[in-house]
Design a binder for this molecule. Structure first.
Ligand SMILES: NC(=O)c1ccc[n+]([C@@H]2O[C@H](COP(=O)([O-])OP(=O)(O)OC[C@H]3O[C@@H](n4cnc5c(N)ncnc54)[C@H](OP(=O)(O)O)[C@@H]3O)[C@@H](O)[C@H]2O)c1
Length: 308
């Protein structure tokens, strides 16, 4: 079992190894999901001591939240879990209006069969609502006890600054991994100054950062990876070479590349927790082993240079 950490200033205490649940009921993202298997995996996740679950309306258009709600009800341990959800999708449009955000929280609460959501994120910015008004709506829900903390995701720095005018944003979820480090430049300093915790998504860049590819792979059309530059041509080969250099560090520490990568994120001051999207029990076990890995300053600097 882990030592818990506080997620920024949110007051939420969690195991730093969380679980990204977009493949739980996320039929629109992953074809051929088996819901019974999804529920079994989620039970395994929770029994293993993971208590921070990341979901969103858009993962299966409510289905991910519904399955999580069913599992938590069966297990009867709602108070031991920190559930994060997100909303902003209003049909085909993005909507950050106060009315819509309140409505989407009420609907998430129903699907999750819960009285409160620990962390609610505005999933994507729309292009018309002043972001401080959006956050004010969430603040009102927080004051009523319906949500416990406020997050935003996929916002630009400018949008975040507007959203955080009154200092109410607790968590920022954004695209970040060793191959995509832009947030380090301007976003992280702002988060640091404002005590906002950063939760990185795509921590493994679709598995590329776990060392499971050797560069010979090709991906069929329609596969997420076939459209990603990181998996094409010279870029793919360059990435493989970088990841291979992590092997030495992993071997010296008697651990895996995946664990070294997650440990690297957790030693960054603005990152308190990670939410890898484990698809199988072995991956859940493997990700939890990160808790046994502490990188030395030299190791972190070496990784920093490899992926500079
Ligand atoms: N806020 C947002 O807009 C946003 C956007 C995207 C994602 N998210 C959140 O972030 C979470 C994580 O993203 P993600 O799941 O898409 O990407 P990810 O964590 O970068 O990659 C997940 C893939 O990594 C592999 N994997 C996981 N653990 C592994 C291990 N220990 N060893 C080897 N391979 C391992 C699995 O690949 P295989 O399938 O090949 O086994 C899995 O499909 C999502 O579940 C979601 O909750 C948020």
């Amino acid at each position: 079992m882990s030592t818990k950490v506080e997620l920024g200033k949110s007051g939420l205490n969690i195991n730093p190894i969380g679980f990204g649940a977009n493949a739980i009921g996320g039929h629109n993202l992953y074809p051929n999901l088996d819901e019974d298997q999804n529920k079994q995996l989620l039970k395994y996740v929770i029994h293993s001591g993971i208590d921070f679950i990341d979901t969103a309306y858009v993962y299966g258009l409510g289905r991910s939240e519904e399955l999580i709600g069913e599992v938590v009800k069966e297990l009867g341990n709602r108070d031991q879990l920190v559930i994060a959800s997100k909303g902003a999708q209003n049909g085909d449009d993005l909507d950050n209006s106060p009315e819509f955000l309140k409505q989407t929280v009420y609907e998430s609460l129903k699907r999750l069969q819960t009285d409160y959501i620990d962390l609610f994120y505005i999933h994507f910015p729309d292009d018309h609502t002043p972001k401080d008004e959006s956050v004010q709506a969430l603040k009102e829900l927080k004051d009523q006890g319906l949500i416990r903390s406020i997050g935003v995701s996929n916002f630009s720095l400018e949008q975040l600054k507007e959203a955080n005018k009154n200092g109410d944003v607790d968590v920022f979820e954004g695209y970040y991994n060793l191959l995509h480090r832009d947030p380090e430049n301007e976003l992280f300093p702002y988060l640091r100054e404002n005590d906002i915790s950063f939760v990185p998504y795509f921590p493994f860049q679709s598995g590329l950062l776990t060392g499971k590819y050797n560069g010979d792979e090709t991906f069929p059309e329609g596969d997420l990876r076939s459209g990603q530059e990181d998996f094409q041509g010279d870029k793919f080969q360059e990435n493989i070479k970088k990841v291979e250099q992590l092997e030495k560090i992993a071997t010296a520490k008697n651990t895996s590349i995946a664990n070294v990568v997650l440990a690297f994120y957790l030693q960054i001051d603005v990152i308190d927790a990670v939410i890898p999207g484990a698809k199988r029990k072995e991956q859940v076990d493997s990700n939890l082993k990160t808790l046994d890995v502490t990188l030395t300053k030299d190791e972190a600097q070496l990784i920093d240079r490899i992926f500079s």
